[in-house]
Design a protein around this ligand. Structure first.
Ligand code: ADP
Ligand code: MG
Length: 675
């Protein structure tokens, strides 16, 4: 009997090689695999006879393979040419490089195929269709067929058949996070049904129901987590109390020296933070504002107030690159004040305790040598800061004030509901002076002239350029996607042989990444070719052009975040979206980004335009908060909050919800009963 906790490496049908590949995706257990959900569905539910096939339709056909043999292409590749026959006619099929099909299909000639009918010369054919032996419940043909996120070496077909076997033969127990009462009250399908339908849906309606259930789970978990955090907070006291009334002149003087005027949202956030810092209870505030809304200066002012109170302050960023960048900016702000600011990364030791501000990565939380006089901890770009981390901080001494900064582009009304149990400041208004990057969609035919224009911009205006490619390696299913490495070689050798080009992607060592970024920010490189890792928070002053390859593969809000990388110093800037897509719907969608410059609005449009059965969620938009839940679905957000309220009221320690307790523990929102 298997359970959701069974390791996939223990399943014979998966084997060592594939479990390693899955492990790389973070899939370790049967549960992980079942929650590895499709990105969309191919609709092959229409089954027709061969006689009525037409060009361009996506269909399934049942028939018998009456002939199949290898032929050789000009380049020595093997093609498999077959004929499928039913009682109305014949159609030709071509597969590429799958010679094993010859024996396989000769032994099993009765099959269903699924694919798009193509016109080849004057003949209709199927090119590389999916196929399976006639079967009572097909999974690759004759239905809505799940397509999983593309990963090299793991095909959707492979995943489908494994997941199907697990669900329908091994049949692990899938229990529900929610009570029957909640399921009924909010018209939710049960977890088992949701998982089964999300992989092998009976209809698009069922997909929606499944998605709604999985979204509800996420939102509910999030709400319960927030309520527990808030509860745990209630009775705490700071050790190092701040005097906030004493320093308004100094704070004002600091603000006056800034090279810009604060927005009213920034001012309000600072006021709210100052009010919190004056209390006995440690602050636990979330500062929410999209990329470029100016959170760093709010952090700097808070740190300054901390310093005025003779306390030390800590600022943590998710990566070393960002920590370094914060360090540069903060040092700049603090230049004229005698504030000793230290960048602490990796295993560096502190020489002494005579520092005022430490800046480093989130790993600082695990250091024990720095917390004795810390009055304020600021955490950048961290969505889930749990009670555990909090307790860790507290165990180290001072029970400091805490400010968490996040960049989820959501409208204020939604944010207020979503985070209603937390103290929150929102920066909705974008700083003035940031000019919107002119954005164009560039088809293949204009690529050449775009490259010429870019070279000219670099040479004449000494500007710098980001070129973003979607993936690192070409996977079998994604021949058309530019691999970042290939693109780098091509740009370097052929297109821009006279320019200085750097390469950045997630597989480089942190040290190498730092070096490349350093070179780019010191203008030792003209062009940085990169995967979307540049997305979070990087600030290259001089960059004013960003090119995004395969733009159709990104969500609008992700494109917007990427676009935010250029024009950081109010210079005129440009975003060129390269897309070979001829699909009208796709181009229609992309067009929005040429005219809309608000992150929350684009997030909303993204979700509105989401096609039937497409279930990509926030994470694929780079928002990172949820996998399924739409951040614009106010109704579901409200319902999940109501449900969380209800359950915590009836069962404050969640004794009747073991699975929920487990999940909260995994999310590090633990010690719920004790805290
Ligand atoms: P984020 O919220 O993404 O962390 P940053 O703090 O990096 O944004 O700010 C983005 C840019 O906007 C920085 O270059 C910063 O100097 C600038 N900035 C911040 N506040 C203002 C303001 N009130 N007016 C003009 N520019 C500002
Ligand atoms: Mg930032």
């Amino acid at each position: 009997m298997i359970s959701l906790n069974t390791l996939i490496s223990e399943l014979r049908m998966i084997g060592l090689v594939y479990s390693r590949k899955l492990n790389k995706l973070g899939v370790n257990t049967v549960g992980d695999l079942l929650y590895h959900i499709p990105r969309r569905y191919e609709d092959y539910s229409l089954q027709v006879k061969i006689k009525s096939l037409e060009k361009g339709v996506k269909v399934s056909v049942r028939g018998t393979i009456t002939s199949i043999f290898n032929i050789y292409s000009k380049y020595g590749k093997k093609l498999q040419k077959a004929v499928l026959t039913d009682d109305t006619g014949n159609i030709e099929i071509i597969w590429y490089n799958q010679p094993y099909l010859i024996t396989y299909l000769k032994a099993n000639p009765d099959i269903i195929i699924a694919g798009e009918v193509k016109l080849f010369g004057s003949k209709l054919i199927f090119e590389s269709p999916d196929y399976e032996i006639v079967n009572r419940s097909p999974i690759h043909t004759g239905r809505l067929v799940p397509i999983y996120p593309e990963t090299s070496g793991l095909s959707s077909k492979w995943l489908r058949s494994r997941i199907n076997t697990i669900l329908n033969q091994l049949n692990p127990q899938i229990s529900d996070l929610l009570s029957l009462e909640i399921l009924n009250r909010y018209h939710l399908i049960c977890e088992k049904e949701a998982i089964s339908q999300i992989h092998f849906p009976d209809s698009f309606l069922k997909v929606e129901q499944a998605r709604r259930k999985l979204s509800f789970n996420e939102l509910f978990l999030f709400q319960v987590g927030n309520m527990l955090k808030q509860r745990a907070w209630k009775n705490q006291k700071v050790l190092l109390k701040f005097q906030t009334g004493k320093f308004p002149d100094k704070i004002n003087a600091f603000i006056k020296r800034l090279p810009f005027k604060l927005t009213s949202d920034q001012k309000k956030a600072i006021e709210e933070i100052i009010a919190d810092l004056g209390k006995d209870k440690p602050m636990n505030r979330l500062l929410e504002g999209e990329v470029g809304s100016g959170k760093t200066v709010v952090a700097a002012i808070s740190l300054y107030l901390c310093h005025l109170n003779k306390c030390q302050g800590i600022l943590m960023a998710p990566t070393e690159i960002l920590a370094r960048q914060h360090y540069d900016v903060i040092c700049h702000y603090f230049q004229k004040f005698k504030i000793k600011t230290v960048l602490l990364t990796g295993n560096t030791k502190l020489d002494d305790n005579r520092w005022n501000i430490i800046i480093g990565t989130h790993a600082l939380i695990y250091r024990s040598d720095i917390y004795s006089k810390v009055g304020l901890v600021i955490i950048d770009e961290q969505q889930r800061f749990g009670v555990e981390q909090r307790a860790k901080l507290r165990s180290k001494g001072s029970n400091p004030h805490l400010l968490t900064m996040t960049a989820t582009p959501i409208p204020r009304t939604i944010a207020l509901t979503l985070y209603s149990d937390l103290d929150m400041s929102i920066l909705e208004e974008m700083p003035k002076g940031k000019i919107n990057a002119k954005t164009w969609i560039i088809g293949n035919e204009k690529r050449e002239s775009a490259y010429k224009w870019i070279e000219k911009q670099i040479k004449e205006n000494k500007t710098q350029v980001f070129i973003v490619c979607p993936l690192i390696d070409i996977s079998e299913t994604l021949e058309s996607v530019k691999s970042v490495k290939d693109e780098y070689q091509k740009l370097k050798d052929i297109i821009f042989p006279n320019l200085r080009i750097g390469l950045l992607h997630g597989q480089l060592s942190p040290k190498r990444k730092n070096l490349v970024l350093r070179d780019f920010s010191l203008q030792r490189l003209d062009i940085l070719v990169t995967t979307p890792v540049v997305e979070v928070g990087i600030d290259i002053a001089n960059a004013s052009i960003i090119i995004i390859e395969g733009a159709e593969r990104f969500g609008l809000s992700q494109l917007h975040q990427l676009r935010g990388r250029v024009g950081r110093r109010s210079q005129e800037s440009f975003c060129l979206l390269f897309s070979d897509s001829k699909n009208e719907r796709t181009l229609e969608r992309l067009k929005y980004i040429t005219t809309t410059f608000s992150g929350p609005k684009l997030a909303e449009i993204d979700l509105r335009l989401r096609g039937m059965g497409e279930i990509y969620g926030a994470r694929q938009h780079g928002q990172g908060l949820f996998n399924f839940a739409d951040l614009t679905d106010l109704v579901l957000i409200k319902e999940s909050k109501e449900a969380a309220d209800l359950i915590l009221k009836e069962d404050p320690n969640l004794n009747g919800f073991p699975l929920l307790r487990d999940k909260l523990k995994q999310d590090k929102i633990q010690n719920i009963a004790q805290d």
